[in-house]
Each structure stands twice: as structure tokens, then as C-alpha cells.
Design a protein around this ligand. Structure first.
Ligand SMILES: CC(C)(COP(=O)(O)OP(=O)(O)OC[C@H]1O[C@@H](n2cnc3c(N)ncnc32)[C@H](O)[C@@H]1OP(=O)(O)O)[C@@H](O)C(=O)NCCC(=O)NCCS
Length: 159
């Protein structure tokens, strides 16, 4: 599978904001009431969102590199590149996760000269945890997001 990465542009950001995952992954759906705000957030260069395109330039997913991938309450003292990622809803659950994750890690580590990469994942999301484990990430922490009862895990990868 060959992918290319580009800074997330407005048109694709608007598509992503309309993506709808089925429960329990609807946790990752964007809120229809905050589209304008979320559009600004996704396309603000300082949040480092990228679109993931296939060889026909179709949008297949997105990722972020940096603070967007952190969740309040986690321990982020160690220097590492935080990665966030989402694939198009019609592509998930088909066994392709590790190919996307591998491509995202390669691109991010190279682009940001990172020795370590880190992901923070909702504890219930065993599918995502499995994918990151498949590309070499190991769990180092479990915590509760500040102000909620939601549990998250942090996984690290040494490039
Ligand atoms: C997270 C994501 C990248 C995973 O990719 P995917 O293509 O859906 O995952 P896959 O179909 O490759 O499945 C990965 C593994 O999880 C396993 N799996 C699927 N559902 C599972 C479940 N409920 N519990 C445990 N394992 C599960 C699969 O069997 C597979 O393992 P295997 O290769 O050993 O068989 C993708 O689902 C996504 O982008 N989701 C968007 C929302 C999200 O979860 N965001 C968090 C991203 S960090």
C-alpha cells in the first residue's frame, strides 16, 4: 500500500468533519455543532494535521503530529512525537490498520526527526491498541482523563 501525505486542506477537512464511525467508535465523530471551530483547528498549521492519500489522490485518512495527540492527565515528560490518526469509516475494520500506522510512523519520524513516537488511545479501543502494538508500540501508562471518567493508555515506539 502506497500513501502520500499533505498538509490537511479545507476541502478534505470538511469531509473528515462529516465522517461517521459506528458505535462504540462514534466517540471519534466530530460534533455537528462545532464544525466551524473544528475546521479552524484541523487546518491550523500549528496543529500539524496531514491528509493521507492513496495513489489516486483519494482521501483515506488523516493524522496529526504533536500536542493534538495528548490527553490531559497523561505523563508527557519524555520527549517523543505524539501521533493521532483516523482512517475513513468505510475503510476501518478490514485488517489494513497496520499498513496505515506504519506509513504514518515512518512519515512522522522522518519529517520531525523523532527518535521516539507516542500514541494516546482510549482504553476501550482495543482495535487501535492492537494496530499500534502490531507496528512495535508498547504500553507504558494507563490514566484517567482529567475531569472525566474516561481511561486512556499511552504507548511508545523507539524508532
Ligand atoms: C484505529 C484504526 C487505525 C485501526 O485500523 P483498522 O483497519 O480499523 O484495524 P484492523 O481492521 O487492521 O484491526 C486491527 C486489529 O484489531 C483487531 N480487532 C478488531 N476489533 C477488535 C476488538 N474489538 N478487540 C480487540 N481486537 C480487535 C483485529 O482483529 C486486528 O488484529 P489482527 O490483525 O491480529 O487480526 C482505525 O480503526 C481508525 O482509524 N479508527 C478511527 C477511530 C479511532 O479508533 N481512532 C483512534 C486512532 S489511534
Amino acid at each position: 500500500m502506497r500513501f502520500s501525505f499533505r498538509r490537511l486542506e479545507k476541502e478534505h477537512a470538511l469531509s473528515i468533519l462529516r465522517w461517521r464511525y459506528l458505535p462504540p467508535y462514534d466517540f471519534y465523530n466530530f460534533d455537528v455543532d462545532t464544525i466551524q471551530e473544528d475546521l479552524c483547528y484541523l487546518t491550523d498549521p500549528k496543529n500539524a494535521f496531514y491528509e493521507i492519500l492513496n495513489m489516486h489522490e483519494d482521501l483515506e485518512g488523516y493524522c496529526s503530529f504533536g500536542a493534538d495527540g495528548q490527553v490531559p492527565g497523561g505523563d508527557y515528560c519524555t520527549e517523543a512525537l505524539d501521533i493521532g490518526m483516523g482512517m475513513r469509516p468505510d475503510l476501518v475494520g478490514r485488517g489494513h490498520g497496520k499498513h496505515y500506522a506504519q506509513a504514518v510512523v515512518r512519515y512522522g519520524a522522518n519529517q520531525y526527526s523523532a527518535q521516539k513516537c507516542r500514541v494516546t488511545i482510549a482504553e476501550f479501543n482495543k482495535r487501535a491498541q492492537r494496530v499500534w502494538q502490531q507496528v512495535g508500540f508498547e504500553q507504558i501508562e494507563k490514566f484517567v482523563k482529567i475531569g472525566t471518567e474516561e481511561e486512556f493508555v499511552i504507548m511508545i515506539y523507539q524508532a
